[in-house]
Write a protein that binds this ligand. Structure first.
Ligand code: S3P
Length: 467
């Protein structure tokens, strides 16, 4: 089967024809952000939610019948999931802007003929490992240079309890060989780290396992797997357990296809939102953004920092709250981020650190050790980049302290992005509010989660150009 080409709605900053579109195999694309001379203004929509998009394709591939997905994120990470679902036997097609997934039923995945290359996508790699673990097949999984550095032992450990076998490089890294269990047994697992990816991997392994699979999470993490599986007809019971949750899934359901409208990604909206907050006089509205409270910690922080943020048009779409986020240029002050808020903004720390660099006073981030194992070591990458741009920053083992002056940071640096889309976008936003331009060494990875980012920002009045 061949992959249909997947045009993106915003084509302005994609690789020129003939170059690899995914970033990780193609040439580096340095970009520069110039200090904003006029306020940012306009109403925009950001691409679809990455977490929901991965799950829509995976659950559609396990349903019996056709799942139709509107607003799927057509970024490289999700396209890697689409290709993997095809390789496992599902029919996945893009027609007239919608994605159609014809599933094979729980237990029906076929052994892939070739290595599954998940590119830069940690979520896809971990969740697919869960699916493979309880199908009687052998599969090989790899990823790009960033993904091959990220820990996989965290899913290997619970998934082997179902009866699967993993062979991982250095016991913890991709590439991996996964030999799925012939007769899997249900598992009860307490997460050692707050991770929606690990929770989801265990629940997905539980799908093709008879009996009840239980996951206990000490802190609540994004719950898209639970709510979407319920919508597909699975029996998933969620109870409070201390500060976290206990999730119980009854195995071997028949999943029924559903129509999915993917909301805008709050993690992508975070970049124009902070850009508006730190550029004087700005007025930006972002339509139809997902507002699941397990995802919106950044917006709570920005309000505590003094940002003028208003949310209108609140409604529920496909089981998820959505709304329009309005942000005005504001004078920000430093805050202490409550450590219990970390899971609800785990992907937003790079851009929060940029807001902190433009705020007056100290912003203290702690309890965020997980940032060290994201697409890059985000604590190290942000601290080094901010320092290069003239910002006072102290690196902590589990966070950082950023001290802003309330005036534009100096800027005037070239930042190493370490194959990390969010580091790339965060420093371009910093450049808009700095005294001198900020250059990033490679903007190609932005396409993994936010195709069209630079074009969309230019539409608001930002000067982001090829360096
Ligand atoms: C995700 C979970 C988070 C997040 C990632 C997406 C998901 O990872 O950082 O971008 O869709 O489940 P962890 O669960 O490892 O924190």
């Amino acid at each position: 089967m061949t992959a249909p080409s997947a045009p993106t709605p915003f084509a302005t900053d994609r690789a020129p024809a003939g170059e690899a579109p995914t970033g990780h195999d193609g040439p580096a694309r340095p970009l520069v952000a110039h200090p904003a001379t006029t306020a940012l203004a306009g109403t925009i929509a950001v691409p679809g939610d990455k977490s929901i998009s991965h799950r829509a394709l995976m659950f559609g591939a396990l349903a019996v019948g056709e799942t139709v997905v509107e607003g799927l994120l057509e970024g490289a990470d999700v396209l890697a999931t689409a290709a993997a679902m095809r390789a496992l036997g599902a029919r996945v097609e893009r027609r007239a802007g919608r994605w159609h997934v014809n599933g094979v039923g729980v237990g029906g995945l076929a052994e892939p003929e070739d290595v599954l290359d998940m590119g830069n996508a940690g979520t896809a790699a971990r969740l697919i490992a869960g699916l493979l673990a309880t199908h009687p097949l052998t599969a090989f999984v790899t990823g790009d240079a960033s993904l091959r550095k990220r820990p996989m032992g965290r899913v290997r450990e619970p998934l082997e309890r179902f009866g699967a076998r993993f062979v991982l490089r250095h016991g913890d890294r991709l590439p991996a060989a996964i030999i799925g269990a012939e007769n899997s047994v249900p598992v009860s697992y307490t997460l050692p780290v707050a991770s929606a990816q690990v929770k989801s991997a265990v629940l997905l392994a539980g799908l093709n396992t008879p009996g009840e699979t239980v996951v206990v999470e000490p802190k609540a993490t994004r719950d898209h797997t639970e709510t979407m599986l319920q919508a597909f007809g699975a029996e998933v019971r969620v109870e409070k357990a201390g500060k976290g949750r206990r999730i119980a899934l009854t195995g071997q359901p028949e999943l029924k296809p559903v129509a999915i409208a993917v909301p805008g990604d709050p993690s992508s909206a975070a970049f124009p939102a902070v850009a508006a907050a730190i550029c004087r006089g700005s007025q930006v509205a972002i339509r139809r953004v997902g507002l699941n409270s397990l995802r919106t910690g950044l917006y709570d922080c920005l309000q505590e920092m003094g940002a003028h943020i208003e949310i209108t048009d609140r409604r529920t779409e496909g089981g998820e709250p959505v709304g329009t986020i309005h942000v005005q240029g504001s004078r920000l002050k430093g805050i202490q981020v409550p450590p219990e808020r970390v899971p609800a903004m785990i992907d937003e720390f790079p851009i929060l650190a940029v807001a902190a660099a433009c705020a007056e006073g100290e912003t203290r981030i702690t309890g965020a050790m997980e940032l060290r194992v994201k697409e890059s070591d985000r604590i190290g990458a942000m601290a080094a980049g901010l320092r290069a741009a003239g910002v006072a920053v102290k690196e902590l083992p589990d966070g950082m302290i950023v001290t802003g002056t309330g005036r534009p940071p100096p800027g005037g640096a070239t930042i190493a992005t370490h194959l990390d889309h969010r580091i790339a976008m965060a420093f371009l936003v910093l450049g808009l509010a700095s005294a001198a331009p900020v250059t990033i060494d490679d903007g190609a990875m932005i396409d993994t989660s936010f195709p069209g980012f630079a074009g969309l920002m230019r539409g608001l009045g930002a000067r982001i150009e090829v360096a």
